[in-house]
Design a protein around this ligand. Sequence first.
Ligand SMILES: [Zn+2]
Length: 475
Amino acid sequence: MNYYKDYEMVIGLEVHVELKTKTKIFCRCKTDFGAEPNTQCCPVCMGMPGTLPVLNGKVVDYAVKAGVALGCDIAPYSKQDRKNYFYPDLPKAYQISQFDLPLCEHGHVDIETENGPKRIGITRIHIEEDAGKLVHDASHGTMIDCNRCGVPLIEIVSEPDIRSAEEANAYLQKLRATIMYTGVSDCKMNEGSLRCDVNLSVRKLGEEKFGTRTEMKNINSFQFIGKAIEYEYKRQVDAIESGEKITQETRRFDADSGKTYTMRSKENANDYRYFPDPDLPAIEISKEKLAELTAEIPTLPDERKKMYTEKYGLTPYDAEMLTNDMYIADYFEKGATLTDYPKLLSNLLLSEIFRLRTDDSEIPITPENLASIAQMSGAQTINSSTGKKLIKEIWQTGADAVSYVRKNGLEQINDRELLSKLAAEEIAANPKSVVDYKNGKTAALKAIVGKVMSRTDGKGNPVIINEVVTELAEK
Ligand SMILES: [Zn+2]
C-alpha cells in the first residue's frame, strides 16, 4: 500500500558557511585550507586558560553583507554567547556563538519550483567560531588538528518552509549563489566551507501540528542531501505507520548505504547553558556602517534573473539556472550582447555547455564564439544539430565557429528543390512507411525524414525536409 502520498515532509536547513577572512575570528592565525596540521593556531584559538578573544571586524562586515543580500534585518545591537559542550575537537569546551540576539533576522530566499515561485524564510543568521578537526589514524589513534579552531562561520537557519528534496536543493543553490556573489565565502562544499544540517519531520497532509523532527548533520554534497531527505522521509513515515514513535535525535547519513543511523539523542537549547561571553563587548552597527556595507554588494542573482526574463525573454527557471553561478551569468551576459538570439544562446549554455562542463573550470569556448554559433543557428545558416556538433568540436580545439563552418561546408541546405528530390527518392524506396502513414501511423514518416537528413550529411533544413516529405507522402 502506498501511504507515503498521505504525508508531507517538513524541512528546515541549517547551513554553516566559512567566511573568507584572512585571519580567524578571535586571533590573528591564518585560515588557509589544507595547511599542515597545527601550523595555524595559537593559545587563543587552542583555548588556553587566561587568553582573551578579540573580535575580527571583517567577520562582522562579511556577516552583515550576507544578511543584507539574503533580505535580513540587521540588528543594530547584538552580542556573543558561550555555547557549552564537551567535544574532543573543541579545546575550550565551549563555542562562542550568538544565542538570543543574533546579528541578522527575518530574511528569505526565493526559489523556482515545479509549481512556480516560492519564498523560503530565513529565521536568523549568526556568527560563530568553527571547531577543530579530529584525524583518525590506524597507527597513531585519534589526533586533533586545531587549524580550523576559530575559523569564522555564519550559521543560516531557515524556517521549516521546505517540502521536498527538490526545494531543498533549489534553496541551497540560490543561497550559495547569493553568498558567492557577495564575495564573503567561496562556499566550496568539498572543502567544507559550506556544510548543511537537515531537520526533517513528517505529518499527515492537512495537519497543522509539526511532527517530531530528526537532524542529519554535516552532509557534504547536494546529491547526498537529496538522498538523505528521501531516505529519512520514508523511514519516518514507515515508523509512524507501524505504530512507532519518532524520537528527537541526531542522525548520521551514510553515503555508501544511502541510509541514516542514530548518532545521539538531540540536545535542547537549555542543555548548552548559554550565557553572554564576558570577554567580548556587544556588537553595534551604525546606520552609516550598514549603508556603507550595503553599497558594496554587487548585483545579486535575483536582480539579474529579473533582467534575463524581461530583457531576453528567458523563462524564470532558465534564468535561475544561469544566475546560480556568477561565472556563467557573466559569460551569458557577455555573449547575449553579441547575438540577436539570446534565448538560443541560453539554450546552448544550459544543454550542450552544461553537459560538457563537469566541474567549475573555465569554459574553453569564448562567449563571443558561442554567441556566433547562436547567431548562425538563429539565422538558419546552420541547423541545430550542426550547432551541437560544432560546440563539441570547438570545445576541444577552440577554433573560430564561423570559419570552421565555412571551411567544412557545414552551412544548412535550404534548397527546397534538392530536398524535394531526395525526399521523392526515399519515399519511392520505402513504400511501406507511406502506407503506414496513410493508415494513421504519423510516426512512420520520421524514418524517411531521418534518411533524407542523413543524405544531406545532417546539414538539411529540418523544417523544409519535414514539409516536403509530408507533402509527397500525402499525394
Ligand atoms: Zn589563533
